[in-house]
Design a binder for this molecule. Structure first.
Ligand code: GMT
Length: 378
């Protein structure tokens, strides 16, 4: 099938999922067209069956806000016509589902019907989408999609609670390519980061307020009072500066490394002992799944879709949002006994296998088939 994928091309989870999905689909014989404003970060190579089409928004002094949806919907129409794209899969409702709906309408005028599959990722529903400024248009575009998927049961429930949804919502969880996480400790130069007796704790995100970045610093502070330890902070975002200041205030700045955005996530996870994700809300927690696939247990909050990924007492522990003391004592419990740590590492890997790419991608292909057939027979 010829599939157009619309996503955010940045370091966020939805863009990562969309890109990995597109690459996997191309390996299954589909022709994939990424349509977005920049080449997605995890899309290293384009090839004869993986294409990238850039959406350009030209600056014009009259516009206070540049009309990206307009440029995107025009580009979608053009790309469907030029490349014979048979189905559009849009990741993140805002504004992608809305732009796809407009493109489908324009194409219908020319006798072409392109089905739309919309995948809801989380903040498009829980944080931004349900805001009164956007709600009407988001609800409309979800209901006008030909198929809708969400990345967790929790997100499905939130969507049904926050919007008046007429469409069925199919839960297709995020996935992981286990092979990419098959490093061994000798490959990943752990000694460059910490001495042998130091534990390595890691956090990866876009450092937005929803990630509760300061909680991470406080949890690490509690842990490092018990053992020699280092904290790897990977990513960029609005809370980073405050986190750096807090480290100085607590006198732990020498023990915390801020990497910025990194293309070497697998390597960093390879030498990590524990992953921290104390988010306020999280529809799935792809970063936690990536950690688990690398054999890194997770200390997290128990919010949103996290309990569908991080299994209490098996792959790690969950606490109430903001319960720093509980997170510290859970972290210390896992790290204090080498055998226990090994067991949690192995468990984390085993739990991650439930989300292996070869189990999940066929679920998307089945949705494409059903949707295409349904739309073509009506
Ligand atoms: O977590 C973020 O801030 C990025 C955001 C995104 O849209 O890229 O992530 C959301 O989608 C990911 C992929 O499906 C999920 O794993 C994240 O849990 C979800 N983030 C939130 O719900 C806060």
């Amino acid at each position: 099938m010829k599939i157009g994928i619309v996503c955010y091309p940045t370091f966020g989870g939805s863009g990562v999922v969309a890109t990995e999905l597109g690459l996997a689909l191309s390996k299954h014989g589909h022709e994939v067209h990424f349509i977005t404003y920049k080449q997605p970060v995890r899309l290293e190579l384009v090839s004869h069956d993986v294409h990238f089409h850039e959406v350009n928004v030209s600056e014009y002094p009259l516009f206070h806000y540049q009309p990206y949806e307009l440029a995107l919907s025009s580009k979608l129409v053009d790309m469907v016509k030029v490349h014979g794209i048979e189905l559009l899969h849009v990741h993140y409702a805002i504004p992608h589902a809305y732009a796809a709906y407009m493109a489908r309408k324009m194409l219908q005028e020319e006798g072409i019907y392109v089905p739309i599959v919309t995948t809801l990722h989380g903040t498009d529903i829980t944080l931004v989408g349900s805001h009164p400024n956007y709600k009407t248009a988001v609800e409309f575009s979800i209901n006008k999609s030909d198929a809708v998927t969400s990345v967790s049961e929790s997100l499905k429930k939130d969507t049904l609670r926050l919007f008046d949804i007429e469409n069925e919502i199919n839960v297709i969880p995020n996935f992981i390519d286990m092979e990419k996480h098959e490093y061994s400790f000798t490959d990943c130069q752990r000694d460059m980061m910490a001495s042998e007796d130091e534990m390595i704790l890691t956090h990866i995100s876009n450092f937005r307020p929803v990630k509760r970045i300061l909680d991470i610093i406080h949890v690490f502070n509690g842990v490092q009072k018990q053992f020699p330890a280092k904290l790897m902070m990977v990513g960029e975002g609005p809370e980073k500066e405050q986190a750096e200041l807090l480290c100085e205030e607590l006198g732990i700045e020498e023990k915390v490394i801020f990497f910025g955005n990194s293309g070497e996530i697998d390597k960093i996870l390879c030498f990590s002992d524990l992953f921290l994700l104390p988010s306020e809300t999280e529809s799935f927690g792809l970063a936690a799944l990536e950690a688990m696939a690398s054999g890194v247990p997770v200390i997290s909050s128990n919010t949103g879709g996290i309990p569908e990924v991080n299994i209490q007492g098996v792959s790690g522990y969950m606490s109430e949002v903001g319960d720093i003391d509980d997170m510290v004592s859970n972290a210390i419990y896992i790290l204090s006994d080498p055998e226990r740590l090994q067991e949690f590492k192995q468990n984390a890997k085993n739990e991650a296998k439930k989300f292996a790419i070869d189990k999940i991608v066929p679920q998307y292909e089945a949705i494409y088939e059903q949707t295409f057939t349904k739309c073509m027979t009506h």
